[in-house]
Write a protein that binds this ligand. Sequence first.
Ligand code: ADP
Ligand code: ASP
Ligand code: MG
Length: 440
Amino acid sequence: MKVLKFGGTSVGSPERMRQVADISCSVKGAKIIVLSALSGTTNALVKIGECLTDNDWQGARQEIESLYNHYLDFYKGLLSEDALRGKALKMIDEHFNFIRSLTDKSFDENLTKELLAQGELMSTKLFSYYLSEKGIDNCMLSALEFMAIDQNDEPDIDYIRTNLTKLLKKHPGHDLYITQGYICLNANQKIDNLKRGGSDYTASLIGAAVDAEIVQIWTDIDGMHNNDPRVVDKTKPVARLSFDEASELAYFGAKILHPSSILPAKQFSIPVQLKNTMDPEAFGTLISSDEQTKEVKAIAAKDGITAIKIKSARMLLAYGFLRNIFEIFERYRTPIDMITTSEVAVSLTIDNNAHLAEIIEELQTLGEVTVDENQTIICIVGNEVVSQRGIVKKIFNALENIPKRMISYGGSKYNISILTETAYKKEALSALNEELFDFA
Ligand code: ADP
Ligand code: ASP
Ligand code: MG
C-alpha cells in the first residue's frame, strides 16, 4: 500500500484537483489518498469560528456565504455530468446548512472543531465525485472511523491500526481509497483535529498503521528546500534527508511538513517522499533511514518563541533547581525547546504562551525571572553538523551583526540552534544562506 497526501493548494482549483486524479492514477498499485481542504478553506473556517465566538453574527454570515459561493464555483468547474453536479450541490448544501446553523447555537469548543472539519469532509467528497465521473473506481474511508487522539491529544497508533485494518477489510478490492487529512476523534469521541497542517501527520500515521511502502506528500514546491523560500530569495531543493534531519527541520519551522509528521514514519521506517503537484517529474526530497552525507542540509526558523530567564543566587551546587523549574513547565503541559545554563541562571524557550502568566508566577518563587517575547529559533540542520570543522566559525561569521540571545550546540548531532529577535530573522537566514550553501 502507498499513501499519497495532497495539500490545500494541490486541490485548490478544479484544474489542480484533476491533476491530483491524474497523479493518483499514474501511481501503480493500491493507495490511500489523503486530502486537505481546498486552499483557503480552513483559514475561512477559523475566521467564521472567531466571528461566532465574538458574537459577530453578521461577520460570520458574510464569511459563510462567501465560502459557499466559492464551493458553488468549484463544483461547477470540476464536474460536468448533471447527476454528479446535483449530488455535489446537495452535499455542499448539507455542509453549509450545518455551518449556517451554528449562528443560532451557543458556540463551544466541540462545535469549533466540528466546524473546522467541514473542509476536509467536502474536499474528499468532491474528489470522489470527480473520479466517479471519470469512471475511476474509488472507495471513501471516513477518517472519523479510524483516526483518533488520546487524552493527551497524542495519536493512538494501536487504535488507528486496528480500526483502519478493519475498515480496509470491510471494503476490499479497491486500488484507490480516499480519506480526510487533519480530522480525527478525540478521547471523548468528539470530532477533533491534528492541529494546523495536520494532514501530513494523518498521512504518516496511516503509513505507519498499514505498514505502507511509501508515504508521498504532494505540495506546491519541489521538496524540502535548503532554506525558507518565503523569506530567502535563492533556495534549492534537498534531494535526501534522514528521518532525524527532516524531524528537526519540521519541528523548527519548515512549513512544508507538520512538526510531528516524520515521527511515525521514522518509528516504522517508512520512506517519505516530498513531491510537487505542479511539477510531478521533479525528484523532490526523499526522507529515509539511509546513511546520509555529512554536511549542512538546510536551515529552518521557528517564530513565536518566548525566552525565559530564571536567575537564582543559589544555582551553584543547588541540585533540584532545574527539576523545580521543569516541574512547573510539566504541570502546565508546556514543552521547552531550547535551554542554556550558567552558574546562576537558566534560559529556556517555549512556543506556547497559553499559561505564561501562571508559569512566570510560579518561577518567581525560584528566582528573578526575565521574559523576552517575539523571538525566533534559527536551526542549522545536517547529519553530524556539530562535528564539521569550521562550521561554528562560518555560522558566527554570517551572524556577526545579529544579536544572539541563546545558542544551543551539542544537544543533538543534527542541529545547531540560535535564538534571536524575530526582527533579525530575514537578515540572519539570508546571511547563513550565503555563507553555508553553494549556488554555483
Ligand atoms: P500544503 O498546503 O501542501 O500542505 P504548505 O503550505 O503547508 O503546503 O507547505 C508548503 C509550503 O511550505 C511551501 O509553499 C513553502 O512556502 C513553505 N516552506 C517553508 N519552508 C520550506 C522549506 N524549507 N522547503 C520547502 N518549502 C518550505
Ligand atoms: N486543512 C488543514 C489546515 O489548513 C490541514 C492541512 O491542510 O494540513 O491546516
Ligand atoms: Mg501543509
